[in-house]
Design a protein around this ligand. Structure first.
Ligand SMILES: Cc1ncc(C[n+]2csc(CCOP(=O)(O)OP(=O)(O)O)c2C)c(N)n1
Ligand SMILES: [Mg+2]
Length: 323
């Protein structure tokens, strides 16, 4: 059986990151419903394999430009769950040091470019990052994530076209979760596959089962290797489903229940767990150990975040202007 060339420890690490992503986001959802979070909360529940699988294909020197549903990518880049919780709680310990109450965070030191809220604007930014990396000539690559809705915006087309023409080392990962807020795919584009858009720019476009973490990893690894070889960008379309509302204030009542049930049966974490068990890599005790490790980590993380103070008014300009 092919395990994507990953060792047993790496496979368990992938599993840990999938579960950490889900559990951390569930915790954030609870904090939101308790009224303790200031901004909106956009979860990746049911599509965690897109950010985890793709980010797992990166090396330490690579740079990510995630979007609002890519918690797994932040975690794999070394952002700590406690920093993310402090971010959502608006505390000084958060990545924007209390200046933002949700998703606009990253850390350039760790190769994580903060999310830009304007949909698809991460694409030209990732192209610029990749141009800088190409000029450095060290074989580093950039990877960016966005939704299928974002792929109908101008920045997507201009950014990908420029990346293709300049042959810069960037991987474009589209999470096609069927909805852009309340708009289903069929009402925002006539094409069924976002990957087809790659053809318009002369780059490879691949469709992958976005709920199969190893399939996402395999496809991303190929695209990353191609970029490292100097062969330019690729577009990967991960077919998945948004299992929550657009944000936690939205009950997604406009999404057919039947569709959600179909996708619930294809849950990426349960599916991967079943395979790990089949391969003899995970058993009940191992699963319980990982669950406990995550629960303990998040307990400590929430306590750490809550102990972190709110920012002081006098520091509001700190880090805002270039000095
Ligand atoms: C230019 C722009 N238009 C509208 C919005 C409001 N908005 C935020 S997320 C979103 C939907 C995005 O859908 P998609 O790209 O499919 O990503 P998903 O949320 O499904 O992951 C919209 C319309 C925005 N942030 N930026
Ligand atoms: Mg979408």
């Amino acid at each position: 059986m092919d395990h994507s060339g990953l060792t047993r420890d790496q496979l368990l690490d992938v599993y840990y990151h999938l579960r950490l992503t889900r559990t951390l986001e569930e915790r954030i959802g609870i904090l939101y419903r308790q009224g303790r979070i200031f901004g909106g909360v956009y979860l990746s529940t049911g599509q965690e394999a897109v950010s985890v699988g793709a980010a797992y294909a990166l090396g330490p020197g690579d740079i990510i430009v995630p979007s609002h549903r890519d918690m797994g990518a932040h975690l794999l880049r070394g952002i700590q769950s406690r920093e993310i919780l402090a971010q959502y709680l608006g505390r000084v310990g958060g990545l924007s040091r209390g200046r933002d109450g949700n998703v606009h965070y990253g850390d350039i030191q760790r190769g994580d470019v903060a999310f830009i809220s304007s949909m698809a604007d991460g694409i030209p930014v990732a192209t610029g990052v990749a141009l800088a990396l190409k000029r450095q000539g060290k074989g580093r690559v950039a990877m960016t994530w966005f939704g299928e809705g974002a792929s109908s915006r101008g920045d997507f087309h201009e950014g990908i076209n420029l990346a293709a023409v300049l042959r810069v080392p960037v991987v474009f990962v589209c999470n096609n979760n069927q909805y852009a807020y309340s708009t289903p795919l069929s009402r925002q584009t006539r094409i069924p596959d976002i990957a087809a858009r790659a053809g318009g720019y002369g780059i490879p476009g691949t469709i992958v089962d976005g709920n199969d973490v190893l399939a996402v990893y395999d496809t991303a690894r190929e695209a990353v290797e191609r970029a490292r070889r100097g062969e330019g960008p690729s577009l990967i379309e991960c077919k998945t489903m948004r299992m929550r509302g657009h944000s936690e204030h939205d009950d997604a009542s406009y999404v057919p229940r039947q569709l959600l049930e179909e996708w619930r049966a294809k849950d990426p974490i349960q599916g991967f767990e079943a395979r790990l068990r089949e391969w003899g890599i995970l058993d009940e005790a191992g699963e319980a150990r990982i669950a406990k490790r995550i629960a303990d980590e998040l307990e400590a993380a929430v306590a750490w975040a809550e102990a972190s103070p709110f920012p002081e008014g006098k520091d509001v300009e700190q880090g805002v202007y270039s000095t």
